[in-house]
Design a protein around this ligand. Structure first.
Ligand code: GDP
Length: 139
């Protein structure tokens, strides 16, 4: 399905009780939350999820952060969901994120930047499959 993307509300967001506020931005952007679950990511899950970054200097810090508290994993649905959500999230570094984006509104820093969104349709499929069964996605 090319109209889906995978989203994570990261530990800095759940710690500050921002799930509802971030979900409101997502929904106002025309994306539908068709699956959602609050979980504590295991170290193995986080390492696998961010495997593409395993050679980067911040990998250890990233895995530590993603396992430091609850996260909300989501499947979002809408036309051009991957690109639309990237637009709504804003730049990785909140200092460079456009006004009105989730990261501009809520992110703390480059690492603690409140949300994840898939960067391609193929990665969206892979990431959704890591956390959801098809039966749990109700769109
Ligand atoms: P994204 O697609 O916008 O999330 O950005 P990337 O795929 O480049 O990086 C994945 C995630 O790694 C980011 O969302 C950040 O949480 C984290 N990250 C990226 N760069 C840095 C960095 O320089 N320092 C730290 N601590 N984390 C980073």
């Amino acid at each position: 399905m090319t109209d889906r993307t995978f989203s994570i509300l990261k530990p800095d967001a759940t710690a500050r009780n921002l799930t509802g506020k971030i979900n409101a931005v997502i929904e106002e952007a025309g994306l539908r939350i068709v699956a959602q679950r609050r979980i504590r990511m295991s170290r193995a899950q986080a390492e696998k999820f961010y495997e593409v970054h395993s050679e980067r200097p911040f990998y250890g810090e990233l895995v530590d952060f993603m396992t430091s508290g609850p996260v909300v994993v989501q499947v979002l649905k809408g036309e051009g969901a991957v690109a639309r959500y990237r637009e709504v999230m804003g730049a990785t570094n909140p200092a460079q994120a456009a006004d009105g984006t989730i990261r501009k509104l809520f992110a703390v820093s480059m690492g603690e930047n409140s949300v994840h969104g898939s960067d391609s349709d193929e990665n969206a499929r892979i990431e959704i499959a890591q956390f959801f069964d098809e039966a749990d996605i109700v769109g």
